[in-house]
Design a binder for this molecule. Structure first.
Ligand code: SF4
Length: 374
């Protein structure tokens, strides 16, 4: 397994040679925007559409909460030792289609903190998130690419929050895309779309896969000649992670939703988080990579670091005049490699610049757990 999309050359050749261009009623090449993750389902959808002679442009939406992207930045490796990559870019290259990574962060905070259709089991506002993404595609991208319609790799019933008929209908209605989204893996189970009605897509060659199992997709991949594809890595997005969810809810509990910034929510991906008794916050890096990532959040508050011994970089977010501040120093010292009860110097830094040195003694290990946000 290479964890990237690999397609048999015979399939690629046949997509080029045996799939005459599909033309619309005006003689124009039919073109679609495929919401593309680089995973198996959206890859299959792309192949099925290309087999009909439809030009496929892969669109990968960037929200800042992609787990794989975070692991890639952290230098993590998969179980088989391979590096994490941007799967959409690699997958599109394997599929030999163009890909655009589209930054949809603008307006996403409101989606995240005040979702009209609520959160899933963590803080995943999946319906609102899809509306945000599809809405962006409809407003900005269809015209830009002169594309006829939008396609996805969705499978009916696979995800309870967004891939049920009712929710698909809500997403289409709220984005003004009624009957304009084609789902090649399950379209046979859904109402006829405008692209099918107008002959841009042949409904007879679309599939009727349903449910959470992946056997039909794996079988189809084998039959088509899709040799390899990224294995699901236990969730695609931070917002479905229970621990992340607790941290985000804590943030919203301590700040009005309209004052929460992107940095407030992105820093929740890094380190151990503590809500101190006075309401201020401390973030403690867990390793070198997290310490480095934490440096990017210097404007949220001063850094704390025990002088002269190995230890984490800590970020204090809040009022330095609060009684939480000395406590934060003690927690920082507790995680540094220094003897218990020994007095240590803690550097208080503004970015890299030393502001002052403060003496403290480490907190007894475990005492800080009372404030930990799990
Ligand atoms: S899992 Fe994350 S990226 Fe996917 S729809 Fe839900 S919130 Fe959006």
């Amino acid at each position: 397994m290479s964890n990237t999309v690999q397609i048999h050359q015979a399939l690629l050749d046949s997509l080029k040679e045996d799939s005459p261009p599909r033309l619309d009623e005006h003689g124009r090449q039919v073109r679609c925007l495929l919401m593309y993750s680089g995973g198996l389902d959206s890859t299959l959808a792309g192949v099925l559409l290309r087999m009909q002679g439809i030009e496929v442009i892969a669109i990968n939406m960037f929200t800042g909460f992609c787990l794989t992207d975070h692991k890639r930045k952290m230098g993590h490796r998969r179980k088989d030792g391979s590096r994490y990559q941007n799967e959409a870019i690699v997958g599109a290259a394997g599929l030999e289609i163009p890909v655009e990574v589209v930054d949809v962060r603008e307006g996403y905070l409101k989606v995240l903190t005040e979702p009209k259709y609520g959160w899933g089991s963590a803080v995943n506002p999946c319906i609102d998130c899809r509306i945000h993404m599809f809405g962006h595609a409809n407003r900005e991208l269809l015209a830009e690419y002169d594309a006829h319609f939008i396609a996805t790799g969705e499978v009916l019933g696979q995800r309870p929050m967004t891939q049920m008929k009712r929710q698909m209908g809500i997403i289409e209605r709220d984005t003004d895309l009624q009957r304009m989204i084609v789902r090649p893996l399950c379209q046979g189970l859904l109402d006829v779309t405008i692209p099918e009605e107008r002959g841009w897509v042949d409904r007879e060659r679309l599939l009727s896969i349903t449910g959470r199992g992946r056997k039909p997709q794996i079988q189809l991949a084998r039959e088509l000649g899709i040799l390899d594809y990224p294995q699901p890595a236990g969730g695609c997005c931070f917002l479905t992670d229970g621990n992340y969810g607790k941290r985000l809810r804590d943030t919203i509990d301590h700040k009005p939703a309209d004052e929460v910034t992107f940095d407030d929510v992105l820093v929740l991906k890094v380190g151990r988080h503590f809500r101190l008794p006075g309401g201020n916050k401390l973030v403690v890096g867990r390793n070198h990579e997290e310490n480095e990532l934490l440096r990017g959040y210097w404007h949220l508050g001063p850094f704390l670091r025990v002088r002269g011994v190995p230890g984490p970089l800590c970020l204090y977010v809040g009022n330095p005049a609060s009684s939480d501040f000395p406590l934060a120093l003690q927690v920082a010292a507790r995680y540094a490699d220094c003897p218990n009860e020994a007095e240590v110097d803690v550097e208080v830094l503004n970015q890299d610049e030393l502001q002052r040195l403060v003496q403290t003694v480490p907190l007894d290990p475990g005492e800080e757990n009372a404030w930990k946000i799990y």
